[in-house]
Design a protein around this ligand. Structure first.
Ligand code: SF4
Length: 463
């Protein structure tokens, strides 16, 4: 066995990853092919599926490469763990490992047949034992100037970033409306919002394959079967899925309608929609989300009206309305194969509803009535996600008070996401060349003279 000099007794994978991220192995290396490798930025811990670190930046023989980094104990773990056939690893730019076989050369290749640069870790001489705390991201260079800004200055910055983001979303919907129809754009946007992070694209494809005009022209049971069938959730084996009499009846009804239209609308297997179930809570199971979409279609006129003629105190009205959304099966099931839950639960929970308001209804409504902006800024926060946690850590560090203060509302979370996408995700210099800290000084001056600062094309980058 050739070895990277690992202390045999103590290393485990998490420890190697933590030491890598903490910079304990250094930043400059020689790859297995003799490449000069410099780590410009270590990126972020990936808490979901896929490579260990995302948004990393490296120089390989002087050429800048951005992507993900996978850290394993042994080079062979890449194949053993199925990364070579997993498209989620296609963006990997570096495979780091502490060990490799002496007699056999093992390459790291992606599912797209890309060659990944390999790095055998050098002799490690640090203290044993993993660090107690593994931060998901490191505070950025903008932390200090932001900490010196008054609360209302930071608030005006987030408001402006959120306003820009909302406008961009509105423009996207407008373009989609122009290319298809306002109704189809609304339908696709609702489907995407229900798909949440993991199944957003899958839901968008489904909405495109089942145009809303066709669906609305159908009887409700046929419409439901059309959606579940096109999603690929119905096949001849569905009878064996059912665990309850209720599920059997529901599946039989879906199947009875589906088999009649199936020959005309079913796509070939290689065009099947790929649904992700990993990392999703039972409540977010794609089948249940589709059940919610079906239910929204049953109230289509209300949705259209709000989109085109917004009412006062939107969130309250929509929240009340959403409580009436109901479905005899999906009120008490997580999926087509789940047991019934003891109690019924809402088809659209608080977070999903806020996301539908923030991502679909408000971007459309504010185009028609800009005075809806105040309603939007009163929309409460949604559960945090990986991007948001990273943004908060990078911009506010461990200042709990500011973390809380600036994530209480939906618009603040959206503003943070916009800054993260515009600056952190664009940066490949570990903050060194990011213009945001300097722009903050500029922002302070403008905000002090004018109060709230609406921003133009290009967002905060052009301030
Ligand atoms: S990349 Fe820019 S915005 Fe992001 S943490 Fe670094 S300095 Fe801040």
């Amino acid at each position: 066995m050739a070895s990277g000099g690992r202390p045999d007794d103590v290393l485990d994978e998490l420890e190697v990853q933590a030491r890598w991220f903490g910079g304990e192995y250094g930043r400059e290396f020689k790859g297995t092919e003799g490449e000069r490798i410099e780590v410009v930025q270590f990126g972020h811990w990936n808490r979901g599926a896929g490579p260990d670190f995302t948004e990393a930046a490296l120089r390989v023989n002087g050429e800048l490469r951005r992507g993900s980094v996978e850290v394993d104990l042994d080079v062979r773990n890449w194949d053993r763990h199925g990364h070579a056939s997993n498209p989620a690893f296609n963006g990997t730019v570096l495979h780091v490992f502490a060990d490799l076989p002496a007699s056999k050369r093992v390459f790291t290749r992606t599912e797209a047949n890309g060659h990944v640069v390999q790095l055998l870790l050098p002799q490690y001489s640090g203290l044993h034992g993993p660090p107690d705390f593994l931060p998901e991201a490191f505070p950025g260079r903008c932390l200090a100037p932001l900490a010196r800004m008054q609360v209302d200055e930071v608030e005006s910055l987030l408001l402006a970033a959120a306003q820009y983001r909302l406008r961009r979303k509105g423009e996207r919907l407008q373009v989609m409306s122009g290319a298809t129809s306002a109704e189809q754009a609304l339908f696709q946007a609702l489907a995407e919002a229900l798909g949440f992070r993991h199944n957003k694209t899958a839901m968008a494809v489904l909405a495109q394959r089942c145009p809303v005009r066709e669906l609305l022209a159908m009887e409700a049971p046929l419409r439901e079967a059309r959606l579940f069938g096109a999603a690929g959730f119905l096949d001849a084996s569905i009878g064996s899925m059912a665990r309850t009499a209720e599920a059997r009846d529901y599946l039989r009804e879906l199947w009875d309608h589906w088999w009649r239209i199936r020959p005309d609308v079913e796509t070939s297997p290689h065009r099947a929609i790929h649904w992700r179930h990993d990392g999703t809570r039972p409540l977010n199971h794609p089948q249940r989300r589709l059940g919610a979409l079906v239910s929204l279609l049953g109230h289509w006129d209300d949705l259209r009206e709000w989109w085109e003629k917004p009412v006062n105190n939107f969130p309250k009205v929509v929240n009340k309305w959403s409580k009436s959304l109901s479905h005899p099966y999906w009120n008490r099931h997580y999926s087509l194969a789940s047991e019934a839950t003891p109690k019924p639960f809402r088809l659209l929970g608080k977070d999903r509803l806020r996301d539908i308001l923030g991502n679909v209804i408000f971007p459309g409504a504010i185009r028609v009535s800009p005075d809806r902006w105040d309603d939007y800024t009163r929309l409460g926060r949604v559960d945090s996600n990986q991007k948001l946690r990273r943004a908060v850590m990078r911009l506010f560090g461990s200042d709990r008070e500011r973390q809380k203060l600036f994530t209480r509302y939906y618009h603040q979370q959206q503003g943070l996401l916009q800054i993260y996408e515009d600056f952190c995700l664009e940066d490949a210099s570990d903050c060194r060349s990011c213009p945001f800290p300097e722009q903050l000084l500029q922002w302070k001056k403008v905000a002090q003279s004018d109060g709230f600062v609406p921003i133009g094309e290009g967002g905060l980058k052009n301030v």
